[in-house]
Design a protein around this ligand. Structure first.
Ligand code: GDP
Length: 412
């Protein structure tokens, strides 16, 4: 596959949430469905989900790994851990810097909470395209529409409501998909394959569905010129064109697709993964990263081109029991080779790249190289700390001189 084709199928995403909204559960369910951590069907199905979760939690993999790779429908999804606590504002900003898109998870009862507000604002600062998942719809008091209104009032977001729930609390059985105008009904906790069945929209929801479909098209035409004219002329716009417009608006940061379900009950996680692939950007869709020459002043850019001069940003350092110090880096351009000499341009020091690892939820895979768009862990870096740039000695660049002019926002 040509490099550009491969890059177009990469989604580097973060999952952001107020503590307890369900970030961990959602991440675990994603890993469950993408099948990397657990082969569905090997164990008695009723126990499968819990067994797997307990195991993972014991090993602390999804909790501690700074980046985890999985595959979904021919795409590579790399989940970068985004700390949810306000105390780690610097860390949040740094992780936001290396991802291309994010899923904000909300508690369907609590709605938009203070920490989500903070992370949302930080994501605004870095122009991170975002979609929203209203979680915990099974809980008593869950209110999808109230949560959507809070996104407008508190986050000044432009929600593109792509689904409305069929029932809430104990009666939450599925959603109306407003893009394709059909019902998706959840099949249950441990279903193999697709976790939903496609059905007709229930008669008692037909009117509400039509109303929200109209709202979706209205909002979409406000944020996308391509759709506006056709909508105003009353054209019957094909699904593929609607999806393309949602993608454009999301990547441009003009709107936020909203989906819903209950991660804990495996409800709605697969349609959410479909939306990640469909609407969030690949490394090719985001602007080239801005940096400076080593003088710290002359502006420079790096394109996501595996053939360009290599440049990568260190964003997290972790100590692994077996491998020792691991530096997580995002490669922005070029190809990084294990064993090669690089320059840490931030510190003006030479460094040698030791082994390169791709981190999965349950295993690590050694790689000879890492290319633009990749997020990998490097062993053997001695002087590098987070925020440092590693680059080609012949083509130095400093990708980031992160400054934090804003005070840490205190939350009551
Ligand atoms: P995090 O702090 O955002 O990572 O939240 P967790 O994923 O740890 O979830 C917090 C709590 O909410 C846990 O007890 C989960 O089991 C529970 N939870 C997560 N998703 C759901 C859901 O869809 N429905 C319900 N009822 N509980 C959920």
């Amino acid at each position: 596959m040509a490099a550009a084709d491969a890059l177009a199928k990469v989604r580097n995403i973060g999952i952001m949430a107020h503590i307890d909204a369900g970030k961990t559960t959602t991440t675990e369910r994603i890993l469950f469905y993408t099948g990397i951590t657990y082969k569905i069907g090997e164990v008695h199905e009723g126990a499968a989900v819990m067994d797997w979760m307990e195991q993972e939690q014991e090993r602390g993999i999804t909790i501690t790994s700074a980046a985890t790779k999985c595959e979904w429908k021919g795409h590579t999804i790399q989940i970068i851990d985004t700390p949810g606590h306000v105390d780690f504002t610097v860390e949040v900003e740094r992780s936001l810097r290396v991802l291309d898109g994010a899923v904000a998870v909300y508690d369907g009862v609590a709605g938009v909470e203070p920490q989500t507000e903070n992370v949302w604002r930080q994501a605004d600062k870095y122009n991170v395209p975002r979609m929203c998942f209203v979680n915990k719809l099974d809980r008593t008091g869950a209110d999808f529409f109230r949560c959507v209104q809070m996104m407008i009032d508190r986050l000044h977001a432009t929600p593109l409501v792509l689904q409305i729930p069929i029932g809430t609390e104990g009666e939450h059985i599925g959603v109306v998909d407003l893009v394709e105008m059909r019902a998706l009904t959840w099949r249950g906790e441990t279903q193999k394959g697709e976790d939903y069945a496609v059905e007709e929209i229930p008669a008692d929801l037909a009117e509400q569905a039509a109303e929200w479909r109209e709202k979706l098209m209205e909002t979409l035409s406000e944020v996308d010129d391509g759709i506006m004219e056709r909508y105003l002329e009353g054209e019957d716009i094909p699904v593929a064109d609607i999806k393309a417009a949602i993608r454009r608006a999301t990547i441009a940061g003009r709107a936020n697709p909203v989906l819903t379900g209950s991660a804990f009950k495996n409800k709605g996680v697969q349609p959410m993964l479909d939306a990640v692939v469909e609407y969030l950007p690949s490394p090719l869709d985001v602007p080239a990263i801005e940096g400076t020459a080593v003088d710290g002043e002359t502006p420079m850019q790096r394109q996501p081109d595996p053939k360009g001069p290599y440049a990568a940003l260190a964003f997290k350092i972790q100590t692994d029991k077996h491998l020792g110090k691991l530096t997580y880096v995002r490669v922005y351009s070029g190809t990084l080779e294990s064993g090669s000499q690089v320059v840490n341009s931030t510190k003006d020091r030479k460094e040698r790249i030791g082994k390169i690892y791709q981190m999965h939820a349950n295993k690590r895979e050694e790689r000879a190289t890492a290319q633009a768009g990749d997020i990998i862990a490097v062993q053997g870096l001695k002087q590098t700390t987070t925020g440092d740039t590693l680059c080609d000695p012949a083509n130095p660049v400093i990708l980031e001189s992160m400054t934090f002019p804003e005070p840490v926002i205190q939350v009551a």
